[in-house]
Design a protein around this ligand. Structure first.
Ligand code: PLP
Length: 407
């Protein structure tokens, strides 16, 4: 008899891949990971774009432990609430462009996205716009893997093979505001909302062209549509401001967050809505029939509070801009030497266009102890915001060496 397959199925993987071929990470500190053979790696992706404060921070671990000892969990469906959920919501709103807005909590980015889509649609329904059902997505946008997020993501292979997805979704190219204007001219009266990452992350780190996000804002205003920014990667300092809406000076009606809100120490996500939308939903007779068992989980919320305080006390929002400066210095030199074709990014999120497929390059870099992601021709770099200048230098050096060896 052959050995039965191991129970664990990995996300975004071939289920047939042998468990022994995965790298078993057993500990981590700062921007360094260790596997079960003792090999060290530079975490050039902050795990999956989320570990802003670096690994092993006692301040967050202690806050979670203290909370678990006080009250391990209780739900916040009506009639219950808890202190950490209230505190984290206040703190998140205060850092956002909607300081007087409202914050709805979930556990994952996908939950936040699906909730934002539902909230946008329900607001249109409540306004009497029953026909406004269309959600506009951007090519290469990534919005998670629940059915809503799968339907509105612009990375086509991720939408394929699951059967029918949500109807009433239209796509615009990721960088062409004229095309978006054409779509609005044709369908504007039926568009409920546009969903967009300010900087597209999983699509390969694609910052918006000048004026693009402003253009989306204007089109939404002209046609009574809502603008949703998916800040699951961009939020909590990644782009050099607390939120990318602030970096690019465009305020959406709804914004999703996850990842950096706890630096991943606990699963926490949510949707921030504007004061105006909050008031609309607070009218008498509205009952919000949506939410998750673990919305407002006290341990996750305590992790969020401790993490946001750490981002503040360590000055990590400003630090993202320093990372950007150092990364650009390195990339400029590589581009001048013809080692990379070009680069893109902002703050602490970057990608180098190497002019050829990255699959082997990223594997070779991993073998040399630097973990990065490859998307098409782009090597993505999104380190913890505590990454040191030496570590940035190590990344640039290993990228250069690997590209020169494999020319
Ligand atoms: C922009 C964006 N939205 C949503 C998600 C989904 O988040 P999660 O994997 O926590 O469901 C991700 C995950 O990478 C993301 O990058």
């Amino acid at each position: 008899m052959t050995n039965p397959a191991p129970a664990l199925m990995h996300p975004f993987s071939e289920p047939g891949k042998s468990e022994s071929d995965f790298i078993n990470i057993v500990s981590a500190e700062g921007s360094t990971l260790y596997d079960d053979t003792g090999k060290r790696y530079l975490d050039g992706m902050a795990s999956l774009w989320y570990c802003q404060v670096g690994h092993g921070r006692r301040e967050i671990i202690d806050a979670i432990t203290t909370q678990l000892n006080q009250l391990e969990v209780y739900n916040i469906f009506d009639p219950f609430t808890n202190g950490p959920a209230r505190d984290v919501a206040e703190l998140i709103a205060s850092k956002s462009p909607h300081p007087n807005g409202r914050v709805f909590l979930g556990c994952s980015g996908s939950e936040a996205v699906d909730t934002a889509l539902k909230l946008a649609r329900t607001i249109q329904q409540r306004r009497g716009n029953a026909g406004k059902q269309i959600i506009v997505r951007r090519t290469l946008g990534y919005h998670g893997t629940n059915v809503g997020g799968t339907s509105v993501q612009g990375i086509a292979p991720n939408r394929e093979g699951w059967g029918d997805l949500l109807p009433n979704v239209l796509e615009v190219p990721s960088d062409n505001i004229e095309e978006a204007a054409k779509l609005f001219a044709e369908h504007g009266e039926n568009i409920a909302a546009v969903i967009s990452e300010p900087v597209q992350g999983a699509g390969g780190v694609i910052p918006p062209e000048d004026g693009y996000l402003q253009g989306l804002r204007k089109l939404c205003d002209q046609h009574g549509a809502l603008l949703i920014f998916d800040e699951v990667i961009c939020g909590f300092g990644r782009t050099g401001s607390w939120f990318a809406s602030q970096t690019f000076g465009v305020t959406p009606d709804l914004m999703t967050f996850a990842k950096g809100v706890t630096s991943g120490y606990q699963p926490l996500s949510g949707v921030i809505i504007s004061k105006e939308l909050g008031e609309e939903l607070s009218e008498p007779g509205v009952l919000l029939r949506t939410g998750y068992t673990y919305s407002g989980h006290p341990a996750a919320c305590a992790a969020g509070v401790a993490n946001i305080n750490l981002i503040e006390s360590d000055g990590l929002v400003e630090r993202a801009n320093h990372i950007g400066k150092k990364t650009v210095e390195g990339f400029d030199a590589l581009r001048a030497d013809g080692v990379i074709k070009d680069y893109r990014g902002v703050g602490g999120i970057w990608s180098a266009d190497i002019g050829r497929d990255t699959a082997h390059v990223k594997n070779d870099m991993l073998a040399k102890g630097v973990f990065v992601r490859g998307v098409g021709d782009s090597i993505c770099w999104c380190p913890p915001l505590v990454v040191t200048d030496d570590e940035i230098g190590q990344f640039i050096e290993v990228l250069q060496e690997t590209l020169q060896e494999s020319e």
